[in-house]
Write a protein that binds this ligand. Structure first.
Ligand code: NAD
Length: 249
């Protein structure tokens, strides 16, 4: 398989389903060897690996809870051992929600959401930057959310964590840019995945100029552009919203 990422290595966190799965498939379709990180369902991750291999690509499933520093350390050690010490693209995708109004939000729900969405992104970015700084190249995409850009009632923990990801993205872009590493954030609106499957659609669609939810493959197309396309080489520190026009600057 030849493509823009042939001979390169990508890691997608939380890639067993949803947006992460679509990103793993999209990067593999450009020829990258893809590490498909998962925390619980090995079966789902192995299905992603099988789909990539069936299309002629290379992939491996790597288990790690990316909110746990020790497991992140092992994840990167496993990745380097498997793929010749390289990492060209990191997609920090793993995320959870624990929604509730502030008055009723437990500290545990706050901490869990911040630990994965923000601290997990930091831990993986830190480990990846060590490799990318040596290579003097690399691309990082952090998956944020329109909730992090505009806020959302009932999602104070998630919005704060996803807004934190934007600050992390901009700081990292400033720190790493001189070594040829780009760091950008993608902020999806409502995308049809398990995360949003229980939401009532009508009030959501009323806020979306394009009057539909997005598909994981649409987010993955943007991630593929940022990670693989030569035209994205001069884009860094940016937040790119993909939400059918719901949030406009
Ligand atoms: P999803 O729930 O289908 O996928 C989340 C993935 O993260 C799952 O594969 C899950 O197993 C994995 N994960 C959970 N905890 C983990 C951990 N501790 N370590 C490693 N992996 C873990 O949801 P999705 O919609 O595909 O979400 C993907 C990303 O996109 C998330 O960061 C989410 O916040 C963000 N996002 C989603 C939407 C949407 O509308 N679906 C909108 C904005 C942002």
């Amino acid at each position: 398989m030849t493509g823009l990422l042939t001979g390169k290595v990508a890691l997608v966190t939380g890639a067993g389903r949803g947006i992460g799965r679509a990103c793993a498939l999209a990067l593999a379709s450009e020829g990258a060897a893809v590490a498909v990180n998962y925390s619980r369902s090995e079966e789902a991750a192995q299905q992603v690996v099988a789909a990539i291999e069936a299309a002629g690509g290379q992939a491996v499933a790597l288990k790690a809870d990316v909110a746990d520093p020790k497991q992140v350390e092992r994840l990167f050690a496993d990745l380097l051992a498997k793929y010749y010490g390289r990492l060209d693209a990191l997609v920090n995708n793993a995320g959870i929600t624990r929604d509730g109004l502030i008055l009723r939000m437990s500290l545990e729900d706050w901490n869990q959401v911040v630990a994965l969405n923000l601290t997990g992104t930091f831990l993986c970015l830190k480990a990846a930057s060590r490799i990318m700084l040596k290579q003097r190249c690399g691309r990082v995409v952090n998956i944020s959310s329109t909730s992090g850009v505009a806020g959302n009632a009932g999602q104070a923990n998630y919005s704060a964590a996803k807004a934190g990801v934007l600050g992390l993205t901009r700081s990292a872009a400033r720190e790493l840019g001189s070594r040829g590493i780009t760091v950008n954030a993608v902020a999806p609106g409502f995308i049809a995945t398990d995360m949003t499957s229980a939401l009532e659609l009508e009030p959501i669609l009323a806020q979306v100029p394009l009057r539909r939810v997005g598909q994981p493959e649409e987010v993955a197309g943007l991630v593929r552009f940022l990670c693989a396309d030569p035209a994205a080489a001069y884009i860094t520190g940016q937040v790119i919203t993909i939400d059918g026009g719901m949030v406009m600057a």
